[in-house]
Structures are given as C-alpha cells and as structure tokens.
Design a protein around this ligand. Sequence first.
Ligand code: BTN
Length: 248
Amino acid sequence: MNHSKIEDILQNNSCNYIHLNSTISTMDDAKEYLEKFHSNVVILAEEQKNGKGRRGNIWISPPGNIYCSIALNNTIPINEYYLFSMLTAVSVKSTLENFGANEIKFKWPNDFFFKNHKFGGMILETHNSKKNDKYVIIGIGINFASSPTIEDHKTTFIKKFVKMNTKLIFLYKFFNNFFFYWRNHNERKKEISSKFYNSLMFLNEKIEINTGNNRSIQGIFKGIKYDGSLILDKDNELVSIYSGNIKI
Ligand code: BTN
C-alpha cells in the first residue's frame, strides 16, 4: 500500500490529495487551500504541532497516528450537517469491522470509542470561500500507533485492538467507504443514520452533559437531530443541547 493508491481513490472522487510530513493543523491547511484553489481536497499529515480538538481543546498529534482534513464542496443545508458526522463515523466503523473489531461505538457529538476507550474524534467546520462556494471541512484524528493519557476518559489506539500493519491500509479502506456514502448520502440517509444509531453510546439512558463553565444538565438521551443537537428528556420535557460533553 502506498500513497498513490490513496490518491487514486481521491481523484476518482474529484478530490485532490496533499500529504505533509509536519504541519500546524490540517484544518488551517484545508482553509488556506480552499481560499487559493476552490476545490475539494484531503490533507493528511504525519504530525501536527498544534492540532485542534473540539471545544478549544488541543489534539495531541505525535507521528504515527492519523491526522486528516477532508474539505468538500456541498449543497447540504447547515441544519443537516450532522449527516457528515454520521457518515464519517459509520465509515470508520465499517473499516474496522472488516478487520474484526466489532465493538466500535460513537459518543455524541463526534467521538469514536472501542470498549469504552476513545481512539479518535472529529471536528466539523464550514467554509464559505470568497467565491461564495460552500465547503464542509471534516477533521479526523485517529490514534493508530499510540494514544495520549487524558484526564476525562480512557484512550486506546487501533494497533492495540486490530491487526493492521500500516495506517495506509486503514486510510485506503476508510476513503473507499467514506466516498461511497458521500456519493450516495441522499438515497442512503436512512441506512447511514440507522447504522449510526445502532452504535450510539448511552441512547435512552440517563446522562449528564457538561455544558461548559462548570455547568451541567441531566436527563434521558432521546436522540440526535440532523443539525447535531442532542435531544434530552429533562423531567418529561424535551430540550435540545447544541454543545457539550457527555460525562462518562
Ligand atoms: C476531538 O476533539 O475529539 C476532535 C479532534 C479532531 C482532531 C483532528 S486531527 C486532524 C484535524 N486537524 C486538527 O487540527 N484537528 C483535526
């Protein structure tokens, strides 16, 4: 497996490919690229000096793991953007299932877990270029060869729970799955969301969500809307939570 095979899949899907040894953050690179070239791109980096996580966190990004941003021109309305998260998560899961890992779960909004250990996450941003084209940038960080120690939750990495020699094999299969769902997201919307829901952690359970500034809210986790908000049953009233972290 080599990078040219990955480039082939991407080109077949009208997407350019940039592979960097080291960068600050592939999210910034993707935005710069869109401003200059106004076209779809995948940026993959071997390491990041200042990787961005959700909610202002740092994403620790040493060599050996997967750091990529996928920037795609799209016409999906902003209130349905969670479909991108779902199709990315389902593609990660299908890829790992092919290698025998059956216990991949998703934690709202954008985390990937294996047996209660986080091995990856994603961050979604929108970008309107000067030409006024609309892009979504999906930033994916996956622990492949190592995982950092984090206070909030246990962590793991792919090589620990699956037999896979190089991350290029993962990426090759992942991009195949991802672009299949991307191309067919309209007609497969139901399939994507039901696969996602089947692997969603804490669904219909009592949860506590950290909403920031030392505040939290408790209730029963009823589902997720296509805009990404979590539906919480709080004392028999349904409330939408737009941002937060479910406490484990
Ligand atoms: C999370 O907080 O769980 C999401 C982390 C997303 C990290 C990825 S790594 C590639 C891309 N570039 C970044 O700076 N962040 C995303």
